[in-house]
Every structure is written in structure tokens, then in C-alpha cells.
Design a protein around this ligand. Structure first.
Ligand SMILES: NC(=O)C1=CN([C@@H]2O[C@H](COP(=O)(O)OP(=O)(O)OC[C@H]3O[C@@H](n4cnc5c(N)ncnc54)[C@H](OP(=O)(O)O)[C@@H]3O)[C@@H](O)[C@H]2O)C=CC1
Ligand SMILES: O=C(O)C1=N[C@H](C(=O)O)C[C@H](O)C1
Length: 258
């Protein structure tokens, strides 16, 4: 299947990977950027007039890895033009996320904080371990490159949601009421059920997520490491290929992998 795909944030790290893999797969790419000069030998379409670009060019879909404020505007333009949107951006406020969801009332929108298949498995295993180890303490650590803006990562937040969702108040007892504790400093004893969250930023690390389950006599560590951004870009394009032709609505990456 060959698609015409608009790709926003064309100067960015993830968008450039998406462009490269889309071209490898034989898709036609319409790069969109806030920067108007030529990029790597092709002109980008202007991001500040995306609705008009979409109306004129009629792409089959749009793939967006930018920043929350950009993604909200781009999703609104997709809703106006009826263009399906795959959004990989993280770091949304609740209000921004609500805007994204509103766009899905008019066009298909698929958002995932992580398009790696390995992280989809990590999420499943984390839910399973949470259910099977109700008395273990849980701590989550994520590590990313020095340029990353948001913390904790979108993936870490999704893993925290998965842990909290898998806790059964009857089985987990006091453990079910813990809070997310972001780092610790000073006198900071662990309270039953808290989930410690640790965000490290260093070098060009592509993305690592580790969930530690620790009991009195054993520990279990589930770790995912991304070796390159290609894995995220490939997953996002799998999602775009799956999303085109669907009804307006809100979709997630797990549905693509079913
Ligand atoms: N879901 C997933 O699997 C993954 C998600 N991500 C997320 O993707 C996003 C982008 O990451 P990354 O590629 O590293 O970031 P980059 O900063 O390298 O690229 C993002 C691009 O978005 C555009 N942009 C930046 N700020 C704005 C803004 N305020 N409004 C509109 N456009 C903007 C710029 O492109 P231009 O100026 O050309 O328009 C920029 O180059 C982040 O939120 C990151 O967390 C990252 C990896 C995997
Ligand atoms: O900014 C990144 O690089 C990444 N962001 C995503 C996140 O916030 O979870 C996914 C991946 O870990 C890389």
C-alpha cells in the first residue's frame, strides 16, 4: 500500500526518521515544517497554514511527532480536513490532551506515547507482574537523551497508569492507595504502595524504561531499551497504514498490534 503522508515537524529527530522509513516503504512524503527554507533537498509545506495545505494536497494521513502545542493545532487542522492523524508527541497537559481527543470526534486519531512493539509487551508484563506480586514495592526509572523536554516520559506515565489500573484494592490492600513519588530528597521514607518515579537525562540515549518489583527476598526487573529511533518511526508508520480508511474516533497502538 502506497500512501501520501504529511509529516509535521520535518526538521526534528523523530520526524526525520519517519520521513526516511516512509520513503523506504514507498510512501509519498509531504514534509511540513515551521521552517520555510529547503530541508535536505525538498521544500517543506508551511506548518502555519496546515489546514489549507491539507485541503489542497489531500494526503491520506498525517504523522506528528512535535510538541504538545503544535500537535493540538495540527490535530485540529486534520479534524477540519478529515485527515487521519497519528500522534506520537508526549508531555500534554490534561487540557491539551482533551483538545486532541476532541479532534477525534471528526477524524481518526491514534495517539501513543511509545510506538515500539517491545514497550507494548513491557506494558502487558508490567500489568501481569503488578497483579501477581501484590506485596512488592514498585519503582520506575526512565532514561533519555539530554534534549528531551518532558519528564517523566510519556511512556513512564503510561506504565504508571498500567500499574495503578492493575492494582486490585482487595488484593493489594494498603498498596492500592500509594502515590507517584517523583524522586526523593531529605527524609523521605517509602510509604506503602508508593511508586517511585525517576527520570534521568544524559547523552544521546534513545529511551530506556525499567520497572522494578522488589519484595523482601527477591527482585524482578523489567527493562526495555530502544537502540534507535527507527523502532518508534516504524511503529508509527504501521499505525498510519492501519488508520487510513477508518471511521472518526480515538484509537491506540494496542489495536494496531492485535
Ligand atoms: N511516541 C513515540 O514512540 C515517541 C515519541 N516521541 C515524542 O515525539 C516528540 C518529538 O520528539 P523529537 O523528534 O525528539 O523532538 P525534536 O525537537 O527533534 O523534533 C520536533 C520537531 O517539532 C517541531 N516543533 C517543535 N516545537 C514545536 C511547537 N511548539 N509547535 C509546532 N512544532 C514544533 C520542530 O520542527 P519544525 O520546526 O520543522 O516544525 C521540531 O524539530 C516529543 O514529544 C517526544 O517525546 C519521541 C520518540 C518516540
Ligand atoms: O523523547 C523521546 O526521545 C522519547 N519519548 C517518548 C516518551 O516520552 O515516552 C518515547 C521514547 O521513550 C522516546
Amino acid at each position: 500500500m502506497s500512501l501520501r503522508l504529511a509529516i509535521t515537524g520535518a526538521t526534528g529527530r523523530m520526524p526525520q526518521q519517519v520521513v526516511a522509513i516512509a520513503e523506504e516503504r514507498g510512501h509519498e512524503v509531504l514534509p511540513v515544517s515551521r521552517v520555510s527554507e529547503r530541508i535536505d533537498g525538498f521544500d517543506a509545506y508551511p506548518a502555519n497554514n496546515l489546514a489549507a495545505v491539507l485541503a489542497d494536497q489531500r494526503p491520506d494521513g498525517l504523522v506528528d511527532f512535535t510538541a504538545p502545542e503544535g500537535s493540538v493545532d495540527y490535530a485540529a487542522a486534520c479534524a477540519e480536513a478529515g485527515v487521519p492523524a497519528v500522534v506520537g508527541t508526549t508531555g500534554f497537559s490534561d487540557e491539551q490532551f482533551e483538545s486532541l481527543r476532541r479532534a477525534s470526534e471528526r477524524t481518526p486519531v491514534l495517539h501513543a506515547p511509545n510506538f515500539s512493539r517491545g514497550v507494548a509487551v513491557l506494558t502487558d508484563l508490567t500489568e501481569r507482574a503488578t497483579r501477581m506480586l501484590p506485596d512488592h514495592d514498585v519503582e520506575l526509572t526512565e532514561t533519555h537523551h539530554r534534549e528531551k523536554r518532558d519528564a517523566p516520559s510519556g511512556t513512564a506515565n503510561a506504565l504508571l497508569d498500567a500499574i495503578e489500573g492493575a492494582r486490585d484494592p482487595e488484593r493489594h490492600g494498603a498498596h492500592a492507595d500509594g502515590e507517584r513519588v517523583h524522586g526523593r530528597e531529605g527524609v523521605a521514607p517509602r510509604r506503602d504502595g508508593d511508586v517511585g518515579v525517576h527520570a534521568r537525562r544524559a547523552g544521546d540515549i534513545r529511551g530506556e524504561h525499567e520497572v522494578l518489583f522488589a519484595g523482601d527476598d527477591e527482585t524482578l526487573t523489567l527493562t526495555h531499551r530502544a537502540g534507535s529511533r527507527r523502532v518508534f518511526a516504524a511503529g508509527a508508520l504501521d499505525a498510519a497504514e492501519w488508520l487510513v480508511g477508518r471511521d472518526a474516533g480515538w484509537y491506540d497502538f494496542a489495536e494496531v498490534l492485535e
